[in-house]
Design a protein around this ligand. Structure first.
Ligand SMILES: [Zn+2]
Ligand SMILES: [Zn+2]
Ligand SMILES: [Zn+2]
Length: 172
């Protein structure tokens, strides 16, 4: 188990200074295994940090995501979810996101295959764009088992379904 403030050491030198919101949010997310929205984070932190408003939380989350400390997941409901990005290899995982109900599935299978593919792609991209790649996120959007059984699906999913069909056709 990682000790408290394990991430502080890891991110040393990445941040010019640790502000209360940055530290509080990272600390909170590092202890949560869930994918949390800004509102949920706010609801949990407001007791200990009454002066930390929702706007500050949004802004801090955006910053932390941009810095690569946390993963931001964009859901169909317009409310992003956030998750601490662990440095431990065993915790490396990606996501299947249901565009209907917003269910998020963590998966860590097929990572060996992924590594091969991702590394190859990264090498080519790095060369072509002269871009140093440090990290990646992979999200698959779709319909979960439960929603797939239900008849009424939203417009957004309908469109995604159509696009995916076209993609398959074009690839033939
Ligand atoms: Zn990966
Ligand atoms: Zn679903
Ligand atoms: Zn996750």
């Amino acid at each position: 188990m990682p000790g408290p403030h394990n991430w502080r050491h890891r991110f040393k030198g990445h941040v010019s200074r640790w502000t209360v919101p940055r530290e509080a949010i990272l600390e909170f997310l590092s202890k949560s295994s869930k994918h949390m929205s800004a509102k949920e984070i706010h609801a949990s932190l407001c007791k200990s940090y009454p002066r930390m408003g929702l706007t500050t939380i949004y802004r801090t989350l955006e910053l932390l995501a941009r810095m690569g400390f946390i993963t931001k997941l964009t859901l169909g409901d317009g409310q992003s979810r956030y998750e601490f990005k662990s440095s431990e290899k065993e915790k490396h995982h990606h996501h299947l996101i249901c565009t209907e109900c917003g269910k998020i599935i963590n998966y860590s299978e097929f990572l060996d295959e992924e590594l091969k593919l991702v590394r190859k792609t990264e090498e080519r991209l790095a060369k072509k764009y002269d871009f140093k790649i440090l990290d990646h996120n992979i999200e698959f959007l779709g319909i979960c088992e439960k929603c797939n059984k239900s008849k009424n699906i939203t417009k957004r999913t309908e469109e995604l379904k159509k696009k995916s069909k076209e993609r398959v056709e074009n690839a033939k």
